[in-house]
Design a protein around this ligand. Structure first.
Ligand SMILES: *[C@@H]1O[C@H](CO)[C@@H](O)[C@H](O)[C@H]1NC(C)=O
Ligand SMILES: *[C@@H]1O[C@H](CO)[C@@H](O)[C@H](O)[C@H]1NC(C)=O
Ligand SMILES: *[C@@H]1O[C@H](CO)[C@@H](O)[C@H](O)[C@H]1NC(C)=O
Ligand SMILES: *[C@@H]1O[C@H](CO)[C@@H](O)[C@H](O)[C@H]1NC(C)=O
Ligand SMILES: *[C@@H]1O[C@H](CO)[C@@H](O)[C@H](O)[C@H]1NC(C)=O
Ligand SMILES: *[C@@H]1O[C@H](CO)[C@@H](O)[C@H](O)[C@H]1NC(C)=O
Length: 397
């Protein structure tokens, strides 16, 4: 009798266990996969083991957990999909890169590749320990520096709350991704750290970046070619080079459309919003909306530059990426240089359908007004536009 009761009880417990596991997210904690979390031991293998287990779990929505109040030293790790279920990586602890020159090739410290329905969320930080890389770059002894966090071929991707710090080069890249949400992510790196872009988007579409705070040494957000329907909103940029589209038309044919930057603050940046392309490039960039932007002592708040040439030694070439349909609406604040607006377009492929409305930019702390320089730009204005914009009245197209 007692044996039978015990058997029944065991059966009941077994059924209960299965039943509760069904409705639950199973958690794969990296500590259970022998991560040390002491900031000294390389935990890459433990992270990969936890990832493999979570990614091959087809029973629910697995969570790979990186617990808080710990520091995990990671050498290069590539998390590969596809996974059996939508998967969450919960980053509450901190990840730190090795403090040495650990690669001479194009690489990312952390790569997420080919994963659909991935969520990366948490209060944790990823620290690229960039200082030695910036130093080695300035001494011209390293060519390729690693990206901190790379996503490639991830659809239905959500990245929220994490903090990225001091990348050797770009902080976060999205390549060939679609249906992406990036929210409340912060990036910090020194204003003079070279090429440390915040978020770079290329070959991707339907991407929504909101509530981000980016302080870095290069573009806060850079949108490169083959992008469609990319929004950056409710975000703060500075220090940094601004939110930039381009440089376009270098080696590939530019295909950029439906780009929105709205409700953003720019503080002490080099440019505010900018579209830049190389001379002689091919392709198009069209359908821009830059709306409700607040500039505080930004060197040049609004820039379109079809003669982009950072080293200043570019040969003159005919043609260029066709830039059209760009709307600048409700943009106010101050520039730290007199030239608040610069629209430099080529004679062979002038900028078309540029629209300005409700613009009020003044030269910070100066008694002289800010100005707008234009070359081969065609378009119109409505309402108050200060400084005044002189569009080319003859169309060459
Ligand atoms: C959106 O991006 C995905 C992933 O790169 C691609 O497969 C798809 O063709 C793109 N769609 C459009 C409309 O560009
Ligand atoms: C643009 O992308 C957003 C996601 O960021 C999506 O919700 C929206 O439907 C897309 N719009 C178009 C016209 O594809
Ligand atoms: C614009 O930025 C300045 C300086 O950061 C701030 O004081 C001001 O409130 C902002 N204005 C708006 C409309 O956000
Ligand atoms: C403008 O004045 C503010 C406040 O006095 C100061 O912090 C800032 O550095 C000045 N900017 C320039 C460009 O002179
Ligand atoms: C334009 O901005 C200046 C300086 O910020 C301000 O004093 C002025 O009132 C603004 N004009 C309008 C019409 O908003
Ligand atoms: C605007 O100001 C800059 C710097 O003072 C000057 O180089 C440029 O020629 C000016 N542009 C116009 C259109 O006045």
């Amino acid at each position: 009798m007692a044996a039978m009761t015990r058997a029944l009880l065991l059966l009941l417990l077994f059924v209960l266990a299965i039943w509760s596991a069904e409705g639950q997210q199973r958690v794969y904690d990296v500590l259970d996969f022998h991560a040390a979390g002491d900031g000294k031991t390389d935990d890459a293998q433990a992270f990969l083991a936890a990832w493999q287990a979570a990614c091959s779990d087809g029973r629910g929505e697995p969570v790979m957990a990186i617990p808080g109040e710990r520091v995990f030293l990671l050498s290069q790790v590539s998390f590969q999909g596809p996974c059996k279920s939508p998967i969450t990586v919960k980053l509450d602890g901190n990840i730190v890169a090795p403090n040495n020159i650990w690669t001479k090739q194009e690489a990312s410290l952390l790569t997420f590749f080919g994963i659909d329905h991935l969520t990366l969320d948490g209060n944790g930080e990823i620290d690229g320990q960039g200082a030695i890389w910036w130093d080695c770059y300035s001494r011209k002894t390293c060519q390729d520096r690693p990206v901190l966090l790379g996503f490639a071929r991830c659809n239905y991707l959500t990245v929220t709350r994490i903090h990225l710090k001091d990348s050797a080069e770009k902080h976060m890249t999205l390549f060939q991704c679609s249906q992406v949400i990036v929210d409340s992510v912060s990036v910090t790196a020194p204003a003079d750290s070279p090429n440390t872009d915040g978020i770079t988007v290329a070959f991707s579409n339907n991407t929504y970046i909101s509530n981000c705070a980016i302080q870095t040494g290069d573009d806060c957000v850079s949108v490169l070619s083959d992008t469609k329907n990319i929004t950056v909103t409710q975000s703060r940029c500075g220090p940094g080079h601004g939110i930039s589209v381009g440089s376009l038309g270098g080696s590939e044919t530019a295909m950029v459309e439906q780009i929105t930057v709205s409700n953003c603050n720019f503080v002490g940046t080099m440019t505010g919003v900018r579209i830049k392309s190389w001379q002689g490039g091919k392709g198009y960039a069209k359908g821009f909306l830059f709306q409700t932007l607040n500039m505080t002592e930004v060197q040049n708040p609004i820039v379109i530059d079809q003669f982009y040439c950072p080293q200043g030694n570019c040969p003159i070439k005919n043609g260029g990426v066709a830039i059209s349909n760009a709307k600048f609406i409700d943009i106010q604040g101050t520039s730290s240089e007199q030239e608040a607006i610069r629209l430099l377009c080529s004679q062979s492929v002038p900028c078309q359908d540029i629209y300005f409305s409700n613009i009020n930019l003044s030269w910070a702390n100066q008694t002289a007004p800010a100005n707008a320089t234009t070359l081969n730009a065609h378009g119109s204005t409505a309402g108050m536009v200060v400084p005044r914009i002189q569009f080319s009245d003859i169309s060459f197209s």
